[in-house]
Design a protein around this ligand. Structure first.
Ligand code: FAD
Length: 218
């Protein structure tokens, strides 16, 4: 696949700095047909690529934002920490996740790496969609900021203790299926957690077609 280039327009760091928002200009990318969440395969090292999810895209200007978790030691994380305005970003393509908003009630469950995916689905669903669910965040300050950014959402922010995803399991265990018969679930992020949440939801009687799952990393 032919390599393409993007340019970094702006960088914003969530303090304390374990999440970075990167605004990109992708002159070769036609975003006008995006009807599902997309993933950009960015070159983060020699022969090394990582997927990130564009959100807040604008087809007219060919711009979008990536929201990257940088609070762990990894090749992609180090690459994202170093990015500055004006940098060129090589990417080898954009592919669809096949996740599209289905219905008006969307339930998101995931960690920091899935926030971009959820915001992309929210953009596609439009502002009248009902958003609920829970996002695991390690930093207490990020949880406050998240609530302030998206005040109309019934999306809870849960505390992630080191490597512990149990809070999402508890959220599902307490969830009452009869109150939300039309809800469609979107699970993304840490693969073992996505697998477990899917099983829990199926055990609660949520039909297969109402659970969209995409594991990102393990
Ligand atoms: C389709 C798709 C879409 C994705 N979209 C996004 C996105 O929008 N934003 C985003 O941040 N990531 C996203 N990811 C995940 C991303 O591509 C990387 O897999 C992830 O960030 C880890 O890459 P790394 O090179 O930093 O760490 P790696 O070098 O792959 O891993 C190093 C170590 O860090 C651990 N690790 C990796 N990630 C985390 C984490 N988040 N928290 C704690 N420990 C971790 C690993 O278990 C491993 O032990 C997406 C992945 C896929 C497949």
């Amino acid at each position: 696949m032919k390599k393409k280039m993007a340019t970094v327009l702006a960088v914003r760091t969530w303090e304390p700095g374990s999440i970075r928002e990167i605004d990109l200009h992708l002159p070769d990318c036609d975003m006008s047909g995006w009807t599902s969440a997309q993933h950009i395969q960015c070159k983060v090292g020699s022969l090394t690529y990582r997927d990130y999810t564009p959100l807040g895209w604008d087809a007219e200007t060919s711009t979008c934002t990536l929201l990257i978790h940088t609070g762990h030691e990894g090749i992609g994380s180090r690459w994202a920490r170093r990015l500055v305005v004006g940098d060129a970003v090589a990417y080898r393509g954009v592919r669809s996740s096949h996740h599209q908003p289905a219905g008006r009630s969307l339930v998101f469950l995931g960690d920091e790496t899935a926030i971009g995916h959820f915001l992309a689905l929210r953009q596609l669903a439009g502002s009248d969609a009902r958003i609920s669910g829970a996002v695991l965040l390690s930093e207490p300050h990020h949880r406050e900021e998240f609530q302030a950014y998206y005040p109309g959402w019934e999306l809870e922010t849960l505390r992630k203790a080191a490597g512990d995803y149990q809070e999402l399991d508890h959220w599902v265990e307490q969830w009452e299926p009869r109150e939300h018969p039309d809800a469609v679930f979107y699970l993304a992020g840490y693969i073992p957690s996505v697998v477990r949440l899917r099983k829990l939801l199926r055990r609660k009687g949520v039909e297969r077609g109402r659970v969209m799952a995409e594991g990102f990393w393990d």
